[in-house]
Design a protein around this ligand. Structure first.
Ligand code: PEP
Ligand code: MG
Length: 399
């Protein structure tokens, strides 16, 4: 008998419930495991990269056999405790000088982040995505601010503090959106606030120069622009990236090769991939957003709600956020592969949505000829196996 409040442990694989807290150990890589994935590596054609934002995750993924980073999300770096006040200062700035001052202080912190990741992934490609989420996500929620302001007013709080909070509340109201998922995200942010992307590119390239000096070879840098829908957006963001990078490299007297590419996360981007390819060295399919935008499902509103009902009723067979919706989202990805390769046969193509670590989706990626999949560190071995199974299945060697 287990009573309310008592600790239990659930084995997520078997479903067994064990009374008390079982001592946990991190998964260990042993020789058998190494041999099996090594066999898979001999067979697979798809590359397997990882989604990682920190040197620790990068190292872990490397241990699991990741062949580079396919997606380094930079928004987490903006959320860290020591950065958040500066990020807020940047958003709240009343003029460009004030904004530039905040960005100057953020730059060395971002540079340090990138140096750590480049060192951990030395010798392997690292795709860094420039800032994606809407800016109001970095400010406190409006309700919290309003409650604070009322409390301060009622308790006769400091007038300057009230005024400051009211200023933040006004900014939050101005930035808030009805549908943030479809709002000022991705490159829309970079186009309106180019100084943010400029700072990030500067930090990336300065980090690359520093790591080259320390380690002898330059890191393999890939700069990725998020949520592009129009070729013109990427044209402008590529220009900004190249100009800023060249400036850093000229100042340092360094010559470092780098790629500029984009995520394909919108149906329009997939359908016009030939035009977008004009400005891209690589595409990474962001199948999380591509699933949301193709199906018109907001993941947060679908899972646990109507999507669960759809699954129970058999309207959809699998959760499309876990297993790629081959007939819809998959068709868009395949179309983009064909359009872009017809224009630029050498364009590098990968997937970095969560599907990149799900076996059935990995097999689909192999089937349409992508170069690599990218997934969270712990899924890397699974992706390596699935990529090999895809080859064997296509040769009818798996029964
Ligand atoms: C994606 O949309 O698939 C993706 C990888 O980006 P994010 O999940 O960060 O939106
Ligand atoms: Mg996305």
């Amino acid at each position: 008998v287990i009573r309310e409040g008592e600790v239990i442990t659930i084995d997520g694989t078997t479903g067994n419930v064990i009374p008390g807290a079982v001592e946990l150990v991190p998964p260990q890589i042993n020789e058998n495991f190494e041999s099996i994935v090594a066999w898979a590596d001999e067979i697979r054609q798809l590359g397997v990269r990882t989604n990682a934002d920190t040197p620790e995750d990068s190292r872990k993924a490397r241990e699991f056999g990741a062949e580079g980073i396919g997606l380094c999300r930079t928004e987490h770096m903006f959320m860290e405790e020591d950065r958040l006040p500066l990020v807020r200062q940047m958003i709240m700035a009343s003029d460009t000088d004030e904004r530039a001052a905040a960005l100057r202080k953020l730059l060395p912190m971002q540079q340090q982040d990138f140096e750590g990741i480049f060192e951990a992934m030395h010798g392997l490609p690292v795709t860094i995505r420039l800032l994606d989420p809407p800016l109001h996500e970095f400010l406190p929620p409006l309700v919290e601010l309003m409650v604070d302001i009322e409390r301060l007013k009622l308790s006769g709080g400091d007038a300057a503090e009230i005024e400051e909070k009211e200023k933040v509340a006004t900014k939050v109201r101005a930035l808030q959106e009805m549908n943030p998922m479809l709002g000022t995200r991705g490159c829309r942010l970079g186009i309106q606030w180019p100084e943010i992307y400029e700072m990030q590119v500067r930090a990336i390239m300065q980090a690359a120069v520093a790591v080259e000096k320390r380690m002898g070879d330059a890191p393999l840098v890939e700069i990725m622009i998020p949520l592009v829908g129009y070729a013109e957006e990427l044209k402008r963001m590529r220009e900004l990236t190249v100009n800023t990078s060249d400036e850093v490299l000229n100042d340092a007297g360094a010559r470092i090769e780098y790629l500029v590419g984009t995520m394909i996360e919108l149906p329009r981007a997939a359908l016009t991939a030939d035009h977008i390819a004009d400005y891209a060295d690589f595409f990474s399919f962001g199948t999380n957003d591509l699933t949301q935008t193709t199906l018109g499902f907001s993941r947060d509103d679908a899972e646990g709600k109507f999507l669960t009902y759809y699954l129970e009723e058999g309207i959809v067979k699998k959760n499309p956020f876990e297993t790629i919706d081959v007939n819809g989202v998959g068709k868009l990805v395949e179309t983009a592969v064909q359009l872009s390769r017809a224009k630029k046969p050498d364009i590098k193509l990968g997937v970095c949505g969560e599907h990149g670590g799900e076996p059935e989706s990995v097999k689909f990626c192999h089937g349409i000829g992508l170069n690599y999949v990218s997934c969270s560190p712990y899924r890397v071995p699974l992706a390596r196996l699935a990529a090999a199974q895809a080859v064997l299945e296509s040769k009818k060697m798996v029964y």
